[in-house]
Design a protein around this ligand. Sequence first.
Ligand code: ATP
Ligand code: MG
Length: 564
Amino acid sequence: MRLSKAFIPTTKEAPADAVIPSHILMMRAGMIRPLAAGIYSFLPLGYRMIKKVCDIIRREMDAIGGQEFHLPALNPKEIWEKTNRVEAFGDILFHVKNRDYVLAPTHEEIIAQIAADHVKSYRDLPQIWYQIQTKFRNEPRPRSGVIRGRQFLMKDSYSLDRDWEGLDRSYELHAEAYRRIFTACGLKFFEVGASTGAMGGTGSQEFMVESDAGEDTCAICDNCGYAANVEVAKAKVEDYPREEKSEELHEIYTPNVRTIDELSEFLKIPTTKCAKSRVYIHNGNPVLILMLGNDEVNEEKLVAALGGKVRPAHPEELMEITGADAGSIGPINTSLRVIADVKLRHANNMVSGANKNDYHIGGIDFDRDLPNVEYFDLHFVNAGDKCVQCESPLRVVRAIELGHIFKLGTKYSEALGAKFLDERGEEQPIVMGSYGIGVERIVACLIEQNHDEKGIIWPKEIAPFKVHLIGVNMKNEEIKRTCEKLYHEMIENDIEVLYDDRDDVSAGFKFNDADLLGMPLQVIVGEKNLSMNKVEIKFRATGEKKIVELGMLLRTIQDELYLP
Ligand code: ATP
Ligand code: MG
């Protein structure tokens, strides 16, 4: 493509609302333009990348036996009511005014309905159905550019199986396809187990990219590859360093002492000698949760440990439940069910609230005084904690979710009557899986991972063009003739090339644009080298430059960019 004719409106500055690198650079490189909050137009260069990502996704989905669909984005609301998801999605769901339609945020319902109408027998299974299609979600604070759009492209696929073993196979096929897709895109990614949220179901896994722009927080071990969302991440827990002699229980007057820091300061003891109390309501009954020092309760872990409905008690409920306000609550002299974080197992000489305002109790020995305490892992993992698998220090990083695979089970097939007859002629619900990848997110994450202060650095695996050909001065006939010849040779040899043939901008301007647009290899045709029948090539990633004989150029490009 010739830059003199291309519509690639590069800019020096990005708008103020663009704060993360991918957003800034997609704007500056003329890949996208905003239409409204969270809604973007993809311009030719941006859409070129979208299509490339889609090609890779299609190839890998087809390779696992996926069949491509195209389902409507406009859905009758009725079908979403059958699965209770109008309510489950709440404000995220876009409703069409004056009509009982919604704009689909995902497509489990439509797939289940097609299956209900047409899958009759176990012989019709398994199936993998996918599409790459526009999704609509009224994200509350769309930011981060296309990483969180209100309209975005998703590859969504759905597996239909006769039983759970079949689902396990379909799920594993997807996990492998996802690994191949992200690898083919040149992305560094990691995988984490995740909670299933509004989707329902029993098994799920997320594919993540480490990035400061991410909204998720994950713990990862660089040594063994363990990775988990902090909602569920575990670290190795050391035994509490129990003191040799346990003190007697004793009440301590602690006027106006509320927080663990105030308590530790007041008593001149480390925070790790304090047990923090929190009251939660579990299925209507109060429970006391004890954490070590300043550790916060990880509510996801608490819900997983207790099951059922769990919420923090309201401040105004505390006096009635415990006889004290927050800051003076504790495990001694209480009839509440007491649950403690595993870090408190065997702790002694601990201080906690006395269930009497302005008093604490010292000398608490968990083994002696609290024999009925139930222990669960309820704390958040911190950076530097030891990996549960290999004891290496964990890193806690921000991350962006690129893809998500779920074992759905029969929730949607039962709600929509998607059943089949098994060998014995008995009716069974189809066992479903659901799998999503954000297409724009892949493009944005590529930039998050590959950029510098000058611009984008596309990896050689995937780039809008492989080569950026620059005629330094197009008014020079010799340069022009050589560039034109190289341009046509590259096209003939299937080398994707963006050709800066503009004759009305300076060389410096062209170099800046080339660094901003980020093609992996720049070929620079200038007077001095050309007089010796040579051109310069520059690797965008490293900045390394080489002078190459004109006759060797194509071969060099092939070697550098195309061979594995
Ligand atoms: P998130 O937790 O980031 O909101 P999600 O869990 O709601 O995402 P899924 O329903 O699992 O997302 O959707 C599958 C994939 O679609 C995600 O992994 C992500 O890559 C992409 N995706 C989801 N929401 C958006 C969005 N608002 N903009 C762009 N891509 C999105
Ligand atoms: Mg998700």
